[in-house]
Ligand binder design. Structure first.
Ligand SMILES: O=P(O)(O)OC[C@@H](O)[C@@H](O)c1c[nH]c2ccccc12
Length: 262
């Protein structure tokens, strides 16, 4: 069994347990539920740099990346750096994240926040809205076409932006639908952890222009972004390159200065 299958099995157990403990109605009472969201896709369309900076403590491919940075400091640092949005892992077991991380980031910045999670149930989308997320990630590799439609339409009904992530052509063809805002190409194979920016280059022409194109993972230099921009990418999801430093916000600020040629 590959790591992605394992993550999904554990996620299903986690969501089923949560459903018993916290009825979804409870989330609908939380303050953020009715609040206006910030559009990550619109910020990317308008941006010349398009950096979505991630808060990630660890991953299955890299055990620990950063287990000392405080999410509130990183959120403030990323906002001061001028990123377009912040991605926050809320999976605990494999990525060391939590929903608390997203709530704390929400209290400390006005950036559009992307809940980075293995979404397999509508429950997690309601949660995302209730804790202050502005966007959710849907991963084509673990969802059927029908689920992508169901989940993205629910997200849109809650004014959440949707980033749909694919890693190959089959996943892309399964996913194209009007209820998506951004189409992400994950340069990392979530089963083998192999990373190649060529994935973004190979698949870019297949992404309809209706969507904001986002390249994700393995981006560690300004040159990589300058290589991808001619392929139509407007968003660049970067985690480890910033999180591996002792000041992710400062690292992002320098990166954006270099990218903008300042
Ligand atoms: O740390 P990197 O190589 O810059 O990658 C960031 C982000 O793209 C990556 O964390 C990611 C993209 N899609 C995912 C899905 C699940 C977990 C993690 C991810």
């Amino acid at each position: 069994m590959n790591i992605l299958d394992k993550i999904v099995i554990d996620k299903r157990k986690e969501v089923n347990l949560k459903k018993e403990l916290i009825p979804i109605k409870a989330y609908e009472q939380l303050p953020y539920f009715g609040m206006k969201t910030r559009s990550l896709s619109e910020k990317l369309r308008a941006s010349q740099t398009g950096v979505i900076a991630e808060f990630k403590r660890k991953s299955p491919s890299k055990s620990i990346i950063n287990d000392t940075a405080l999410v509130e400091d990183v959120a403030i640092g990323y906002e001061n750096a001028g990123v377009c949005g912040m991605s926050i892992l809320t999976d605990e077991i494999y990525f060391g994240g939590s929903m608390d991380d997203l709530m704390i980031a929400r209290e400390n910045c006005e950036l559009p926040l992307l809940r980075k999670e293995f979404i397999i149930d509508e429950y997690q989308i309601i949660e995302a809205k209730a804790i202050g997320a502005d966007a959710i990630l849907l991963i084509a590799a673990i969802l059927t076409k029908a689920e992508i439609k169901q989940f993205s339409e629910l997200a849109k009904s809650l004014n959440l932006d949707v980033l749909l992530e694919v890693h190959n052509e089959d996943e892309l063809h399964k996913s194209i639908m009007p209820s998506l805002d951004m189409l992400g190409i994950n340069n990392r194979n979530l089963k083998t952890f192999e990373v190649s920016l060529d994935i973004s280059k190979q698949l870019s022409a297949l992404i309809p222009n209706d969507f904001v194109k986002v390249s994700e993972s393995g981006i560690s230099s300004v040159n990589a972004i300058k290589e991808l921009q001619p392929y139509g990418y407007k968003g660049f999801l970067i985690g480890e390159n910033f999180m591996k430093t002792d000041n992710p916000g400062a690292s992002a600020a320098q990166f954006i200065k270099d990218l903008a040629g300042l």
